[in-house]
Write a protein that binds this ligand. Structure first.
Ligand SMILES: NC(=O)C1=CN([C@@H]2O[C@H](COP(=O)(O)OP(=O)(O)OC[C@H]3O[C@@H](n4cnc5c(N)ncnc54)[C@H](O)[C@@H]3O)[C@@H](O)[C@H]2O)C=CC1
Ligand SMILES: O=C(O)[C@H]1O[C@H](OP(=O)(O)OP(=O)(O)OC[C@H]2O[C@@H](n3ccc(=O)[nH]c3=O)[C@H](O)[C@@H]2O)[C@H](O)[C@@H](O)[C@@H]1O
Length: 442
């Protein structure tokens, strides 16, 4: 099939490369001309395991094309995916400007029937708005072309995006059209062979499912972060509690890790956008508000622990930060807990020596050059002369750290661990003080 995808970010690029890899001819359209040029040369700017190889393989096979010119890409396509960003607007609602701009573009260039697919995470009712915008453009051009809009939300995670896409637990398609069902079946057929993963439902339910899934996962994390606070005060260990709770098959082990709070480009904005939707229909989203409040408090908690561990004053101190990305295996720092910690350290007059295996370039882009920031080339280099170490991301390289060497490199003796990477006894045996999450002894 001929597929066009608007937006070559995490979702658009992964979707495009994976669909090309199973034989579709995919054209990716992006407004960022520099990005298009680099992608044409096989240069994938984001760090996503396996993506560069996948993109290059399909570029070489002429099944994956990149362009900034939408006219031909729209004209040639059977299916047009919209996979542009939907960031949070000031009031927490999803900013749909890019999605509706793509709808305008599609309406401007469409001359034969198409299936338009909303893959961006969008509030309930957006498919109807996209349909209206396209229809208005067609009417203005004096055309009456049959086209349909469906919802196909994406559930991939950064860091394991290709595996999540190719081995998705489910593929949700919101539509009320038999033709769309048939087209989407053909589109996903190569990924739907072993058992039927496609779940058809009405459009509004599909749109809401995406937000409900993200909010449910965020709620589990905030719940465990809240229990971690209680654990600290009552002399319990959140890691033991996690195992005990998760072993109930009705609960399961996934997304039960207490830590530094959830970050990334999706959970924070999607919880806010769903709360906004609830308010817009007159329902006060009590639970969603609590999920966000606990998360904000958790991100600040890491700095509070550090302040407490350093005797209430960090001014003039040097703090090593391990991990800047919002989670391992990505260079993405959007809403990362590290950003709250680092900003607080600067606000209170400390210097930061940070190391992240992948996010250095992103950190340079966000923070620029500053006297109170050193971006180290290794985990060890970040430690040299530091009064304390704060761990914000659970990169596997940090798990195996030689704690005795950590002690030697640092000037101080404090580790504040936002990801519970170490056995408190081992840290203490290395002569270090240890503050971690939800473990009363630390
Ligand atoms: N990042 C993730 O892991 C996931 C994201 N999502 C959702 O997918 C959507 C896209 O997210 P990301 O890929 O992370 O965004 P992103 O910000 O990485 O990429 C969006 C791309 O769209 C391009 N763009 C903006 N306006 C355009 C236009 N009018 N025409 C063509 N291209 C345009 C931008 O230049 C950018 O390259 C969002 O709604 C997000 O919530 C859903 C599941 C997972
Ligand atoms: O809509 C989206 O964009 C995506 O959002 C999340 O994916 P992602 O943000 O890439 O990353 P996650 O692995 O879900 O982690 C999100 C945050 O939660 C934190 N987290 C995760 C799990 C856990 O047990 N505890 C915890 O604190 C992570 O450290 C990270 O900061 C969802 O997992 C995807 O299914 C969804 O498609």
């Amino acid at each position: 099939m001929k597929i066009t995808i608007f937006g070559s970010g995490y979702v658009g690029l992964v979707t495009g490369a994976c669909l090309a890899d199973v034989g579709h001819v995919v054209t990716c359209v992006d407004v960022d001309t520099a990005k298009v040029e680099r992608l044409r040369a096989g240069d994938v700017m984001i760090y996503e395991p396996g993506l560069t190889e996948l993109v290059r393989r399909n570029l070489n096979a002429n099944r994956l094309l990149f362009t900034a010119d939408p006219a031909e890409a729209v004209a040639a396509a059977d299916i047009i995916f919209i996979a542009v960003g939907t960031p949070a607007d000031e009031d927490g609602s999803a900013d749909l400007r890019s999605v509706l701009a793509v709808a305008q573009t599609i309406g401007t260039h469409m001359s034969t029937p198409k299936v338009v697919v909303d893959k961006s995470t969008v509030p309930v009712g957006t498919a109807e708005r996209v349909r209206d915008v396209i229809a208005e453009r067609l009417t203005a051009r004096g055309l009456d072309i049959g086209f349909e809009v469906c919802s196909n939300p994406e559930f991939l995670k950064e860091g394991s995006a290709i595996a999540d896409f190719t081995r998705a637990a489910r593929i949700i398609v919101g539509t009320d059209s038999a033709r769309v069902r048939e087209v989407m079946q053909r589109c996903y057929a190569p990924y739907n062979r072993n058992h039927n993963k496609i779940m058809f439902m009405d459009i509004r339910s599909a749109e809401l499912t995406k937000y409900a899934a993200n909010a449910m996962l965020a709620a589990r994390i905030s719940f465990m972060n809240e229990i971690a606070r209680v654990a600290e005060h009552v002399g319990a260990d959140i890691e033991q509690v996690r195992l005990g709770v998760g072993s109930d098959p009705r609960i399961g082990f996934d997304f039960l890790y207490a830590g530094a709070g959830y970050g990334g480009s999706c959970f924070p904005k999607d919880v806010r956008a769903l709360a906004h939707t609830a308010r817009s229909v007159g329902h006060e989203p009590v639970l969603l508000s609590a999920v966000e409040a606990v998360n904000t408090a958790q991100k600040n908690w890491l700095f509070d622990k550090l302040l407490q561990g350093l005797g209430g004053n960090v001014a003039g101190k040097t703090v090593a930060v391990w991990g800047l990305a919002f989670k391992p295996n990505t260079d993405d720092m959007r809403e990362a807990p590290s950003r709250v910690v680092v900003q607080s350290l600067w606000n209170y007059g400390a210097k930061v020596q940070a190391f992240d295996p992948q996010a250095r370039r992103e950190a340079e882009r966000i923070w620029g050059a500053r006297d109170d920031l050193k971006l180290a080339n290794s985990a060890d280099e970040a430690l040299v002369g530091a009064d304390a170490l704060v761990i914000c991301t659970e990169w596997s390289t940090f798990r195996g750290a030689d704690l005795a060497a950590v002690k030697t490199l640092m000037k101080g003796d404090l580790i504040v661990d936002g990801r519970n990477l170490y056995d408190p006894v081992a840290v203490s045996e290395a002569g270090l003080r240890y503050l971690s999450v939800g473990r009363s002894g630390t």
